[in-house]
Design a protein around this ligand. Structure first.
Ligand code: DC
Length: 214
């Protein structure tokens, strides 16, 4: 069973997907963590993240796997190293290379063969698992996401600069030539703007259960 979720940055995909994974007994996979792990490893080596050939070489050397829903490099859990401002800055450009995307998509599909998963990202419903039985697209306006970000992680940044950062990431995600953020025709769209986390979870679980009964 594959539950696939796409949506823009900061819409709550990770929080909600983890809760649904617990509720339905699924294995949680965050595809963005793989792009982050490659960026992390390359920066650790002192490499240039804008050199796609070099980044790909680094990625090919790594044993990237998911253990207990955490991304591991050569068996070591690196999950808590993946959200530094430096990785935030470079990951989007790293994720553009179609050769790297193919490499990561193979790992994602291998995992889905072994277990029931809930996976989230940008191209999960459209490219990675276009045949997934359950597809969702979470949405919320950039303004709502900026306000949530400020209330959840108050780090002194102004509303304007947070909003600008979100708008830039949306533009990158939507305009990249491969694996761009799109809404799959058969995805259920959930606007999370005025819903609580619990309400979004309920909508997803109820959609899955209703479809299961058909
Ligand atoms: O969801 P996130 O912020 O952790 O994603 C990190 C980066 O990876 C972000 O720039 C979008 C990109 N990404 C992607 O291109 N394709 C995916 N399936 C998931 C994430």
């Amino acid at each position: 069973m594959i539950v696939a979720i796409d949506g823009p940055a900061g819409v709550g995909k990770s929080t909600i997907a983890k809760l649904i994974a617990d509720e339905l007994g699924l294995y949680y996979i965050n595809s963005g963590s793989f792009y982050r792990a490659v960026t992390f490893a390359h920066l650790e080596e002192g490499g240039d993240p804008s050199n796609q050939d070099e980044v790909l070489k680094t990625a090919k050397k790594l044993k990237l796997e998911i253990i207990d829903s955490k991304v591991c490099i050569d068996g070591v859990d690196v999950e808590d190293k993946l959200h530094s401002p430096e990785i935030d800055k470079f990951v989007s450009q790293v994720s553009v290379d179609p050769r790297l995307r193919d490499l990561i998509n193979v790992i994602l599909r291998e995992n889905a063969k072994k277990m029931d998963i809930i996976a989230e990202g940008r191209d999960i419903t459209t490219v990675v698992f276009p045949d997934a039985k359950y597809k969702f697209y979470f949405d919320a306006s950039a303004e709502v996401r900026a306000n949530r970000r400020i209330s959840q992680h108050p780090d002194g940044q102004s509303y304007e600069s947070v909003l600008e950062g979100i708008q830039k990431r949306d533009k990158n995600d939507r305009e990249k030539p491969f694996g761009s953020l799109k809404i799959a025709n058969d995805a259920k769209i959930i606007d999370t703007s005025y819903l609580t986390i619990k309400q979004v979870c309920e909508k997803v679980v109820s959609a899955i259960k209703t479809q299961e009964m058909r």
